[in-house]
Design a protein. Sequence first.
Length: 315
Amino acid sequence: MDTVAALESQPEAKAALQAGELSLAQARELVRTEGECPGSAADLLDVAKQNSLKTLKEKARDRRVRAIDPEELHVMQHAAMHARHWVNQLGNVRVELELPPEFGVPFTNRLDAETDRIGQERRRAANQPRRADGLLGTDLATGTSQQRSHDAANAFIRMIETGGKGKAHQADLVIVCDLRAYRRGHTEDGEQCHLIGGGPIPVPLAQELGKDAFLKAVLHDGVAIHTIAHYGRRYPAILRTALMLGTPPDFEGRICSEPGCDRRYHLERDHLDPCANGGQTTFENLASPCWPHHRTKTERDRKAGLLRGQPRGPD
């Protein structure tokens, strides 16, 4: 009722809800964010109509946290940090963990990387020949129907026991910061300083994190990425960095390039126009689909004759 009442001041959102273009959950996000960040409802309404509730929540949360002073936000995040565990009715141990982004993002990036490895191991095992007794050659194959959350639990156990295998194809922590703000020590209107996957942080924290890190610098006006072209599959460093950072100027990290998909994990590289069809390795011709959508797109290219008899597998 509170959401519906608040929509009286947002006629476009109210009309979208009445027309079935907006769910009540989406309307709740719009109302909450408009209350904390006046003037944001119109932009978020477009996001809601074209994307999932998850994407809308991410965009709305980003609007809300960016409305808070970075220094104040950093204090609030550390004050909210906690960890607790308990035993559920099944006897399993449940864990709840809340970490500030400079600690949480590296942890989740490593966990996602290890989860991807376990998922790949499971899929490879599922393709093994059957034994004489009709069973597959490894116990991993029995988990072909397991969801990613189960793989993540196994990944967490592996990380505790062995530390995992370390990094995936991206850094554990990626900082986007305007050079002027970095030198000045704080951001001004229109300038950015944030962790990919973790939101805004104070510039002094970015400077501190950068002391022991290998840094990649991206100058908005330094290199025209669209002018770099290769005719092979090799990805030049500037293109790998651009894909990892996500769409400028926000640089919020990679997301599946398939419209309507909001996956940020298990993303692969793909040439929109396949190399086998003469497609170049350029920024405009590169995408980052998730594993299922990559396979679907590869089959679509094969049926269209764009792979010219190439063996099965992603472009």
